[in-house]
Design a protein around this ligand. Sequence first.
Ligand code: UN1
Length: 513
Amino acid sequence: KNFGIKDSLASLGLKKSNAGTSTGTRWLRSTGAAIESFSPVDGKLIGTVASTDERAYEQALSTAHEAFKAWRTWPAPKRGEVVRQIGEALRQYKEPLGKLVSYEMGKSLQEGLGEVQEMIDICDFAVGLSRQLHGLTMHSERPNHRMYEQWHPIGIVGIISAFNFPVAVWSWNSMLAWVCGDVCVWKPSEKTPLCGVACQQIVAEVFEKNGVPEGVSVLVNGNYNVGQQLAKDERVPLVSATGSTRMGRAVARTVSERFGRALLELGGNNAIIVTENANLDLAIRGALFGAVGTAGQRCTTTRRLIIQDSVYEQVKERLVKAYAQLSIGNPLDPAYHVGPLIDKQAVKSYSDALKKIKGEGGTFVVPGGVLKGAAYDESGCYVKPAIAEVDPSFEIVQQETFAPILYLIRYTTLEEAIDIQNGVKQGLSSAIMTTNLHDMERFLSHEGSDCGIANVNIGTSGAEIGGAFGGEKETGGGRESGSDAWRVYMRRQTNTINFGSTLPLAQGIKFDI
Ligand code: UN1
C-alpha cells in the first residue's frame, strides 16, 4: 500500500528534483548540493531539493529587502485578508500536506493532519490580529501634549525550523510576521525540505492572486551554514530559531553580536508530577500521549514522570500495561500508534541513551530496542518506546534525548517534586496531575514550576495556538504563536506630540534665554 503518497506529492507540485530557493512565484537557480529527503517510514528517496548557494542567497535576500518597502505600506487588515486566503488554501490542501508531513517526518497521519490544523488555526488567529496590533496611549506630564506608542513592522524575519514540526512552526512565525508587515525568509530543516517546498507553493499561489510583491515569502535551503548566514545578515533584524540548544546558542551568539533579535525555541525536558490524589486515568493517558506521541520527538514531549510514593507502584504497573498495547509501524496506517524516528542518527542517539541509562544504574520497566523485521528494516528507524526508573541526578536525565524514553522518579513531598521538576537546565513545559487545590495552586505559583508552560490535569504536549508558546532557561526564552507574541515581530515607537504654542520641558526643567 502506498497510502496515496504519489497523488499527494503531485497535488503539492513536488517533483523528484526540486529547486530550493524561491522568492514567491520565482524559483531561483542555484548550484548548491542537492539535499536528499529519505522517508523514515520506508527508507525510500522521496525527492531532492537544491541547497541555496551564495548567489541565490544574495538574490533572495535583496528581493526580500525590496519587498519589505512595499509590503509595509499595505494596511494591516489587507495583509490579514491575504493570510485569510492562505488559511483557505491550507484547508484545501490539508489532506495531501498532512500526508507529506507524515511521510517525510514520520509522525502519525492523525498528527500530520493535526499539524496542518495548527497552521489553519494560526491563520485565523492572525487575521483577527491584523485589526488588533494595539499600542498604548499615555498621559503626558506636560500641558497640551499627547503621548502614545505605535508598533511598526520590523523588516525581514529569518525563520529556522526543525524537522519535528516541519510546517506548523514556520506558520506560527510567518502568519504573524506577515500581518505585522514583515517579510519572511524561511530555512526549513534539511531533514524535511520537501515540506518547505510544498508550503512555499501554496503561499505563492495565494500571493500571486493578490498581487503580493515577490520577496514577501522567501524559501532558502541548506544546512547550518545557511542558518548562520541568516544569523549574520544585518538585513535580518529578527531570527526565529527552533531546534537544539546547541544550535540556539550558536544563533544567539551570532545574532547578538550585531544587536539583532533572536526568538529561540530550544530543548525541553518536560515533567509531569503525579500527586497522591491524582485522577490516575487522566495521569496515565496524559503521560502516554506525552511520552510516545510523535515518537518522543516533540519539544514538549513528556520525558520525566515524578510520582508520589503512595501511588508510584500503581502508576508504574498501569503504564507498563498501556505500553504493552502500543503498536508501532507505518504512521500512515491508522492501525499504528507510533511511527519511526526521523533518521538513523536519531536511532543511534536513542540507543546510546539506553546504554547510558543502564550504565548510570537505571532499571528498565519497559525495555527499549531497535525493531527488526520486514516492516522495519527498510528504513531502520523504528524503535520501542521505553520506560526506565532513574535517579533525577543521573547525567542522562539532564539531557533531552529526542526519542520515546520516559523516566520514572519517586518523590515524597510536593516541595521535593517541584525541586526535581525545576532541577534541569531546560524550562519549556510542565504539568501536575492532582485533585488537590492547594497542590495545584502551589505548582502554578511563583514558588512552583519555572517553565513557560504549566498545566493542570493535562499533559505537557499538545499546546493550543492561542497561548504564547515557549520556555525559560536553556529553552531560550522566546514566545511565539498566540497571546501577545506578535510584539517580537514589530518595533515599538514612542511618540510625543505638542499641540500647544509653548515648549515646556519634561521634568520641569527651565531653559530660558
Ligand atoms: C515542538 O515540538 O516544536 O505543544 C512544538 C505541542 C505542539 C507544538 C510542539 N502544539 O506539542
